[in-house]
Design a protein around this ligand. Structure first.
Ligand SMILES: [Zn+2]
Ligand SMILES: [Zn+2]
Length: 302
């Protein structure tokens, strides 16, 4: 991996709240900055998978990703994330493991058990197998402008059963926004479909990244795979060797569409990064308002 990790951060708190339900995530570190140098969409012709390629969905941002059928990982150009595709050696659930965790012990958030990398490596999954599990046409899966935000509901109105504390996902799909609620069954279900033209606004706020640096030894336990994640500030290697940094991220997304309102606390990206990450979603809202056909839509129907 060529990109630099400026600093690491701990697992977002909401994932712990949701327990083993967010099966796709593992304790680990993610990139904070999306890479837009090679981003697709916005009038660019839709990329279609060739016969040896398949479309899957980035676990971090929801963008469509094209990968080789036999690849056991992928790179997302929308958010810069690199992921390894593995089945948990213990509970067999599919896990997208962040590239930075390669070679390390990794904990599965579904069964909470930790496995050595050697065991994860023996359970690699091909992108083709992942794609075959997605119940959508491949052309639709490939949408590079789709974004999916996950988090915990802070407040909600007109979107039952969403209520404070309930896991929520917002999917900014090609034709509409899907609001998902975490159900007692442990899976996310669509509880409302919001048309782009009915969106009053999507606001992003929040305190952003909070970094706490402590002298080495003061943070008890949980280093690396779980708990506090050690961060290295590139500025000073010496300091980095003697100090530990924990970064938590908070971003608030406020979606209002007529009587439906959702206030969501997410911790995947900082508010500033989220603002950029959601650019294609804002474009879709804007285009629905002005009546223009979305340049990056697909499937033919306006
Ligand atoms: Zn992504
Ligand atoms: Zn597991």
């Amino acid at each position: 991996m060529s990109k630099q990790h400026l600093f690491d951060r701990s697992e977002p708190e909401f994932l712990r709240i949701e327990g083993g339900v967010v099966t796709e995530h593992v304790h680990g570190v993610d990139d904070l900055k999306p890479r837009h140098d090679r981003q697709q969409g916005h009038g660019v012709e839709q990329e279609q998978p060739s016969p040896s390629q398949v479309a899957i969905i980035c676990i971090q941002c929801g963008a469509g990703v094209i990968a080789g059928q036999h690849d056991n990982g992928y790179h997302c150009y929308a958010c810069g994330g690199d992921y390894h595709l593995r089945n948990c050696p213990q509970c067999t659930r599919l896990v997208h493991i962040h590239g930075s965790l390669y070679g390390r012990k990794v904990q599965c958030l579904t069964c909470r058990r930790t496995s050595s990398w050697r065991r994860w490596e023996r359970n690699s999954v091909r992108a083709g197998a992942v794609a075959s599990q997605i119940a959508l046409p491949q052309a639709e899966v490939a949408d590079p402008d789709r974004r999916i935000l996950g988090g915990v509901t802070i407040a909600a109105a007109g979107v039952p059963p969403l209520a404070p504390g309930i896991g929520c996902k917002l999917e900014f799909a090609a034709r509409h926004i899907l609001v998902y609620s975490l159900m007692t069954t442990g899976s996310y279900e669509v509880v409302q479909t919001v048309q782009y033209e009915s969106v009053d606004f999507v606001q992003i706020s929040g305190s952003g990244a909070t970094t706490i640096t402590t002298d080495a030894g003061l943070i008890g336990g949980g280093f690396g795979v779980k708990g506090a994640v050690e961060g290295i500030l590139a500025a000073s290697v010496i300091n980095a060797l003697t100090r530990r940094t924990t970064t938590t991220i908070e971003a608030i997304v406020y979606l209002k569409a007529g009587p439906s309102e959702v206030l969501l606390n997410t911790s995947t990206f900082t508010p500033a990064v989220l603002q950029v990450m959601l650019a294609p979603s804002f474009t879709r809202i804007e285009q629905a308002r002005t009546g223009n056909n979305p340049a990056s839509s697909f499937g033919g129907s306006p």
